[in-house]
Design a protein around this ligand. Structure first.
Ligand code: NAI
Ligand code: MG
Length: 332
């Protein structure tokens, strides 16, 4: 079976790390058909549109999309693209790999972030010269949907290995935002109970202290939209850098995979970007399309190369993107 994968390199190092990830996918015994599409600052300069309608439609119709990064137009690209794939959850693993100088080498967590509502629902108003407001949106349906996803995630054993019990933690602030986070908390815990999945809870501010102090306590963490954005970036800081972090935006029958980092204008064009985040995003894509073993092989190869080298400059080495990619493909 052929999987149609839309490939959007975007701008900056997106043009370097996405081809590296494609090289890795091409080394797998899986039938991918890659379809290139444009988005970002460069295409906006040419056409006036950061996300051409053709790219949106291709992503919507594909089996999955691999996206690099967009520059200043990032929000105009990524938000509609997430909508194109009908994404309701953002999956963000943060794993500290051996050989990488991580602040917290024992970190191995996965954030499942609600991806459609909360304070990012887009209801902001300027009511007067002095006053602006924001309406926070939380529905039972979206809360239950991410909870169902979280339950399946842990039931399928996709959470981090480790000595914690299976299950997940829901991080919220329902003691203050009683109505919105109250609803989120209640629905998520109810779904976990219905499905017999262990779930515990943390207030998100206390969690922000406890995670860096003892990341070992946590595995899968379910969050409302903004909390997930901020807390997953906090976890990124614990594992040693943006060049390592993949992500997935998962929808009902489509998904978009992207490194967490941006276009890295300070190093773009030099061929020295770390391709790991994009390659791990490709591993998630492979798993999403049913090739779980192949995804794991990519992850294993990445792990060996992170530990033994070669490494790019952000990890203290002096290898190029191509050298690291070739070493990973070799390991496969
Ligand atoms: P950034 O992630 O592009 O870079 C931050 C720092 O991390 C830089 O020093 C960069 O060199 C380094 N870095 C990031 N990825 C790396 C990699 N793979 N290998 C080695 N070093 C790496 O974030 P920044 O500087 O805040 O944003 C730059 C541009 O990217 C902006 O125009 C922003 O709008 C865009 N952006 C796009 C995103 C997206 O498309 N999803 C996400 C974040 C930023
Ligand atoms: Mg963010």
């Amino acid at each position: 079976m052929t999987h149609e994968v839309v490939v959007i390199e975007g701008d900056g190092i997106g043009r370097e790390v996405v081809p590296a990830a494609i090289e890795v996918l091409e080394a797998l015994p899986v039938d991918f058909e890659f379809v290139a599409a444009e988005a970002g600052d460069a295409v906006e300069e040419q056409t006036g549109e950061a996300l051409p309608a053709e790219t949106y439609e291709r992503a919507a119709d594909a089996d999955a999309t691999l996206f690099g990064a967009a520059g200043e137009s990032a929000a105009d690209v990524i938000l509609p693209l997430r909508e194109a794939v009908d994404s309701f959850v953002n999956v963000r693993p943060a794993t500290a790999y051996p050989g990488v100088d991580a602040l917290r080498p024992e970190t191995d967590v996965v954030f499942l972030r609600e991806n459609t509502e909360g304070v990012y629902a887009g209801h902001e108003d300027r009511l007067s010269e002095d006053l602006s407001t924001l309406t926070r949106v939380v529905t039972s349906s979206a809360s239950r949907e991410i909870a169902e996803f979280a339950c399946e995630f842990v039931e399928d054993g996709r959470g981090p290995d480790g000595d914690r019990d299976e299950g997940f933690t829901v991080a919220h602030k329902a003691n203050v935002m009683r109505e919105t986070d109250g609803r989120f908390r209640e629905e998520v815990l109810a779904v976990a109970e219905e499905r017999g999945v262990d779930a515990d809870e943390e207030l998100m501010d206390a969690f922000a202290t406890k995670l860096p102090l003892d990341p070992n306590q946590y595995g899968v963490i379910v969050c409302p939209n903004l909390a997930g954005d901020v807390l997953s970036d906090l976890a990124a800081g614990l594992v040693g850098g943006l060049g390592l972090l993949p992500s997935a935006n998962v929808g009902h029958d489509n998904a978009l995979f992207e490194p967490v980092h941006g276009t890295a204008p300070d190093i773009a064009g030099e061929g020295i970007a770390n391709p790991t985040a994009a390659i791990l995003s490709a591993a998630m894509l492979s798993e999403y399309l049913g090739h779980v073993e192949e995804g794991q092989r990519v992850r294993d190869a990445v792990e060996v190369v992170l530990s033994d080298g070669p490494r790019t400059g952000d990890l203290g080495g002096d290898a190029t993107t191509d050298e690291v990619t070739a070493a990973i493909v070799d390991r496969l």
